[in-house]
Design a protein around this ligand. Structure first.
Ligand SMILES: [Zn+2]
Length: 376
């Protein structure tokens, strides 16, 4: 017996996609998120593709999907009209007419940890990697709180459970030192220790830890909830030395090989029909920078970070000459091949995440979208 797919709200898919590709990462010029559609629409079938091309939209209509998720946004810049005699207008009208929503995860997905560029690195076996070009960073704060002795564990646990104390691969990172706190409860106070009008000296623990800015309110609220004092003394400092950085492209290492061997591996792994290489094919390469899609603007970053080779797409003639001058090898594997690898990943992610929430929806990978370039 066939089990009918259950529908989810379009907004639920938007939230699931926003977790994979947080919109805060998107570049200023980009346009990500829900581009066409009704957030309250029921969605039981989704089509995932690199672009919302004419063929992909026709495929969506034929497969009777409720939503299309793409990498490239159909609408990049503000449009002043939606007309059937313009390519974009015609597609927007078709989507609305067939009640198909459209969501795009573009630079938000390129930059996100585990997004496009990390998928590319996983496929190509690039490890010990870091961000090539930092475009977004998150600041950290230090929170110091004074706790009566005996309450330090409960306060520490509350703060760390709310997101404090993470440094690299370590959790629960805090420091504490004993000291003496003084206070005199005034008229109207309801002190946990001491009495009104009398100076108290109390053994206290100074407990300190680091908190990402985004969790600061949550951590302070968690701390205040379990702290026994009526008025809690705590400080928040800005940190200049600790920040989380995100950005475009990745740089890491591979097992040393020749440029030619690496290029052939890239071609096979990305199922690229052809690719272009700049540099001596016999040169040894180990440190590799990658950027899915157009990454010629990252040539200088790759050189600065010591890359032997940059794997990307849309390399122009002048970019190639410049890279030669700078001693950087290039592998241009094509825009489609370097990014289409993510389509199946997004489809599988959507299936997994909706199943975790108890929904069973159908997710298709576009069968019609092809690289617009033909190699002869
Ligand atoms: Zn692209």
């Amino acid at each position: 017996m066939r089990c009918w797919a259950m529908a989810v709200k379009c907004q639920t898919i938007v939230s699931i996609m926003d977790r994979l590709a947080p919109r805060k990462f998107a570049q200023d010029w980009d346009n990500v998120g829900l581009i066409v559609g009704d957030p309250l629409q029921d969605v039981s079938k989704i089509l995932v593709a690199l672009d919302a091309t004419h063929e992909v939209v026709e495929e969506a209509i034929e497969k009777k999907v409720d939503m299309i998720v793409t990498h490239h946004p159909l609408i990049f810049k503000s449009i002043k009209s939606v007309r059937s005699d313009t390519p974009v207008g015609m597609l927007v009208m078709k989507l609305i007419k067939h009640e198909i929503s459209l969501y795009a995860a573009h630079t938000s997905f390129d930059i996100a940890p585990n997004g496009m560029n990390d998928i590319l690195c996983n496929i190509l076996g690039i490890y010990e990697r870091e961000v090539l070009d930092v475009t977004y960073s998150e600041d950290y704060k230090k929170v110091v709180v004074y706790v009566p002795k005996g309450y330090e564990d409960v306060v520490r646990n509350a703060m760390c459970s709310a997101g404090a104390g993470f440094i690299g691969n370590y959790s629960d990172s805090t420091f504490q030192v004993e000291g003496t706190g003084t206070f005199k409860p005034m008229e109207g106070a309801d002190p946990f220790i001491g009495e009104v009008g009398k100076l108290e000296k109390v053994e206290e623990i100074r407990l300190e830890t680091v908190v990402p800015q985004k969790y600061l309110d949550k951590v302070i609220n968690a701390m205040l909830r379990v702290h026994p004092y009526e008025e809690v003394a705590y400080d928040v400092y800005s940190l200049a030395n600790l920040r989380e950085e995100y950005g475009l492209g990745r740089i890491g290492v591979i097992e040393e090989t020749t440029l030619k061997e690496l290029a052939l591996k890239v071609k096979a792994k990305l199922k690229a029909e052809s690719l272009k290489v700049v540099g001596d094919l016999e040169r040894r390469v180990k440190k590799v920078a990658v950027c899915g899609g157009s990454g010629a603007s990252l040539i200088h970053k790759a050189v600065m970070k010591g890359a032997d080779v940059l794997i990307t797409a849309d390399i122009g003639y002048h970019d190639a000459v410049e890279a030669q001058h700078l001693g950087l090898a290039l592998i241009d594997a094509g825009h489609f091949a370097t990014e289409n690898i993510a389509v199946r990943f997004i489809a599988e992610y959507l299936i997994d995440e909706t199943q975790k929430q108890g929904h069973e929806i159908e997710v298709f990978v576009s069968e019609v979208q092809k690289d617009p370039f033909t190699c002869l």
